[in-house]
Design a binder for this molecule. Structure first.
Ligand code: ATP
Length: 285
């Protein structure tokens, strides 16, 4: 599969926090979800891709080039949404349309107006009159209106109601249909990631714990409710973390079928992305 984005051993050290040795690849026609607790390094990773911060080590390639080779053209083809992004308070979408058409060579006014309509955003209200959700939708409309091939979305669905979130996820799924586009989206809402992503990347305290196909993960990982004695006998390579409760131990195992074969009476549940995140952050290793 051809990649639209790749990161090789990217490291950014802030002193107290370090994004460490990130290596991942996003194929064309795919959506990758970035999952991690608050402060895990999701925004830092997205900023490193966009060259918004200087990385200490490693390489980022977008469309097979590094940003420094052809920054203007590469950025033209990337649509971004950041939770803290702010537009001039007194500007209306109508005015932004004009400004953006002079910034992006491929700005598509018709598409922008269609998205504004679809998202029920007024053309003539200033940004300061927009709610948080409306501002987020406005950013998404902009990201989708300049023929971008890659979308980098930081918490793009947070602050949106469930109907609007569903709308955005459908648009993202449409966006990748032609197999030439791709999306990297960070979210705390693991159910959104579960719904739309082909790949998931887990970050924890700046380290990448996993980057793999979502379906493979959901098909194989499980939570085994067992005794301490059973856990002691389990090979270290077969599980990622465990949590002890009053009556039993819950273990996040990598291959639930394998454990079931060894323990036919095992009480096993499939693991959701949320389970995996919670075990990785709070579980004992
Ligand atoms: N400019 C900076 N200087 C120093 N530390 C920084 C800087 N920017 C971010 N950090 C630190 O990097 C760490 C990761 O922050 P980041 O915003 O990437 O996390 P996140 O996973 O996006 O979190 P959240 O889910 O809360 O948005 C945090 O500890 C933060 O304090």
């Amino acid at each position: 599969m051809e990649h639209i984005l790749s990161m090789q051993h990217v490291t950014k050290n802030y002193g107290r926090f370090c994004l460490q040795d990130i290596t991942l690849a996003l194929p064309k026609g795919c959506i990758m979800g970035l999952i991690g607790e608050n402060g895990a390094g999701k925004t830092t990773l997205l900023k490193a891709i966009l060259g918004m911060i200087h990385v200490d080590e490693g390489q980022v390639e977008i469309f097979h080039s590094s940003l420094s080779e052809d920054e203007r053209n590469i950025k033209e083809k990337i649509g971004t949404v950041f939770s803290e992004a702010s537009f001039p308070e007194n500007m209306t979408p109508q005015q932004m349309d004009k400004v953006l058409s002079s910034i992006y060579q491929q700005w598509d006014t018709t598409a922008f107006h269609n998205y504004l309509k679809e998202f029920r955003l007024p053309l003539d209200k200033s940004n300061k009159q927009f709610s948080r959700g409306m501002k987020m939708k406005l950013q998404i409309a902009i990201a989708l209106s300049h023929q971008a091939q890659l979308l980098l979305l930081d918490e793009a669905t947070s602050g949106l109601d469930p109907v609007a979130r569903e709308e955005i996820l459908d648009i993202l799924l449409d966006f990748i249909q032609d197999e030439e586009h791709a999306v990297l989206i960070s979210s705390h809402i693991t159910s959104d990631i579960e719904k739309c992503c082909d790949y998931v990347t887990f970050l924890h305290e700046g380290k990448m714990l996993l980057s793999t196909e979502k379906d493979a993960l959901l098909d194989t990982y499980g939570i085994w409710h067992c005794t301490k004695e059973e856990l002691m006998k389990l090979d270290h390579h077969d599980y990622l973390a465990y949590r002890v409760n009053a009556f039993a131990v819950d273990v996040l195992v990598k291959d639930r079928q394998r454990v079931m074969l060894q323990h036919p009476n095992a009480v096993m549940d499939p693991a959701s992305l949320e389970d995996i995140l919670v075990f990785m952050v709070k579980g004992e290793k």
